[in-house]
Design a protein around this ligand. Sequence first.
Ligand code: FEO
Length: 170
Amino acid sequence: MLDTKVTELLNQQINKELYSAYLYLDFSNYYYDLGLEGFGNWYKVQAQEERDHAMLFVQYLQNNGEKIVLEAIDKPAVELTSAKAVLEEGLKHEQYVTSLIHGIYDAAYSVKDFRTMQFLDWFVKEQGEEETNADGLVKKFELFGDDPKSLYMLDSELGGRVYAAPSLVL
Ligand code: FEO
């Protein structure tokens, strides 16, 4: 049995990760509508990764005999105003998710729940990578976004991203 507060936060994180998937699917659709299919692909793959994250939290709770409580997933709440603004929103969202993961870690730490801390280690690292990726996209867009040829090249590069299952197996 896990601590009640830790279990509650892990359950909430399922919803947050599914919301992230939903949000990034919205981003993806926005880019497809603009004709930036590479950006659309990049965020579609990102949405798949977020769904995987949710499933890892589900699996972890099940492995520990805890009850899963699913809540409604909110409608994506970010206004999509420009190709660059969406990337900035993506970075902001990842920073928010990092704060959530750290919050669960903190709760686990305070009750000496070493098992959950070890489970979350993967997510702490993953969030570092996701923030770096999101920040990299903003920077690349700042450098190349105003030049159509460069934007075309960047879009082509992002179109090459392929989905890979998460490295964490529970
Ligand atoms: Fe699952 Fe991008 O946080």
